[in-house]
Design a binder for this molecule. Structure first.
Ligand code: SF4
Ligand code: SF4
Length: 400
């Protein structure tokens, strides 16, 4: 009877907002930058979900959660990055507000997730700055860089020089373009890689086998969990399921990939074959760039539309500026790239070029700190899940 009383008291404490005694958030070594409050709240909600388990078919968060009885900080970070904020568990939950348990797992996970980017990111101060002012920072950076590049172009342009048919290298030499972008790209990739490596070290998932790696890559590329576990998609504005977010993410991701492929092919043409730009409109780099640009306009425009009409209960409203900053930069990079391609022989080409280069540079500079980082941390979390699910549960409670 005393044990039952203790259980009832613990349930009441969890429902009332107390983090479980099992949580080692406070003692996890998580510094103040990790936001122990966000983690403690996620821990409280995970404890309730772990007793309920109604949502266990929706995504990988629930089966991963049921392998645990306590949620130390590293596990909260892992589960938060395994969540992709589909909203399904909020719409299904009988304990969601106005219930006194105030369960809102997508929001709790989103609040922890953003702290993982800000804290593991290198350097952390930039991560925190971007988390607070994403949209303003992204647009101001793009505008400032476009202006700077525009002024450089104006200085480089010989008075009265004709540009028609000579491409933008007539204005900005290839070597100077590489000198401007190569360091930005390298620093960006390094910062992201350092952040993900720090996250991964904290997870200690053990040896990674080829089947687990293949599964994680497959699930990430297909955006498997944006199907909602039943294949009908996520909740956006209301209780209806929709696959819109999955399709728009695909357009954005593959649009970005095609633009990257266009750059790689153009680099090969330049260095391996000595074929210099401008390339004909029917050439491989231009076709890849055009298709990629279309994806980068259609995908982010749709995602912005979804973001604006999303149920305000889903996710963390404080993160909307960061989400919108990333979407805006993708949209600007895609649209200005298409504008540059269409107007490359016209009088407005220098303006398009400055705008496009400014947007692309701002996009790369902010990649390690915002929504793009989510993709990298999420793949790491999916990989850990693919490793973990191949092992017997440490709880030894019988088959899952
Ligand atoms: S979100 Fe609600 S319904 Fe789903 S497992 Fe958690 S407590 Fe249960
Ligand atoms: S919001 Fe979606 S992905 Fe996140 S825990 Fe709930 S069901 Fe899983």
């Amino acid at each position: 009877m005393r044990a039952l009383d203790a259980l009832v008291r613990e349930a009441a404490a969890l429902g009332g907002g107390a983090s479980s005694g099992a949580s080692s958030v406070a003692s996890s070594g998580a510094g103040p930058g990790l936001g122990a409050e966000a983690e403690a709240e996620a821990d409280r909600q995970l404890q309730i979900c772990n007793a309920c388990r109604y949502c266990e078919g929706y995504c990988a968060v629930f089966p991963a959660m049921t392998r645990r009885l306590a949620f130390p900080a590293a596990d909260v970070h892992y589960l938060a990055n395994l969540c992709h904020n589909c909203g399904a568990c909020l719409h299904a939950c009988p304990y969601a507000p106005p219930h006194e348990f105030a369960l809102n797992l997508p929001r709790a996970m989103a609040r922890v997730r953003v702290r993982t980017y800000a804290t593991y990111a290198w350097p952390p101060a930039l991560g925190r700055l971007y988390a607070r002012n994403g949209l303003t920072l992204a647009l101001a950076l793009a505008a400032g860089l476009a202006l700077f590049i525009g002024l450089v172009l104006a200085r480089l342009r010989a008075p009265g020089a004709a540009l028609a048919g000579r491409g933008f290298y007539a204005l900005l030499p290839h070597g100077l373009m590489v000198a401007l972008f190569a360091p930005v790209f390298a620093v960006s990739v390094l910062a992201l890689a350092l952040g993900v490596a720090r996250f991964w070290r904290g997870q200690a998932p053990g040896p990674v086998g080829a089947p687990a790696l293949a599964e994680a890559v497959h699930d990430a590329l297909r955006l498997r969990y944006l199907g909602g576990g039943h294949g009908q998609g996520c909740n956006e504005a209301d209780d209806r399921y929709t696959l819109a977010r999955r399709r728009l993410h695909h357009l954005t991701f593959y649009g970005f990939g095609l633009c990257f492929a266009a750059t790689v092919v153009a680099t090969l043409y330049h260095y391996a074959f000595g074929w210099t730009a401008p390339y004909p409109r029917s050439s491989l780099p231009v076709l890849l760039g055009t298709l990629g640009g279309l994806g980068l306009v259609a995908g982010p425009a749709g995602l912005l539309w979804l973001n604006l009409r999303r149920d305000p209960m889903q996710g963390d409203p404080a993160q909307r500026p960061m989400d919108r900053g990333f979407i805006a930069l993708l949209l600007l990079a895609g649209a200005s790239g298409l504008g540059l391609l269409a107007g490359r022989d016209g009088w407005a080409m220098p303006g398009w070029l400055a705008l496009h280069l400014g947007a692309v540079m701002a996009l790369f500079l902010t990649l390690p700190y915002g929504k793009f980082a989510h993709g990298a941390y999420r793949v790491a979390a999916l990989l850990k899940w693919a490793v973990e699910r191949r092992r017997p549960s440490g709880l030894r409670l019988g088959p899952e």
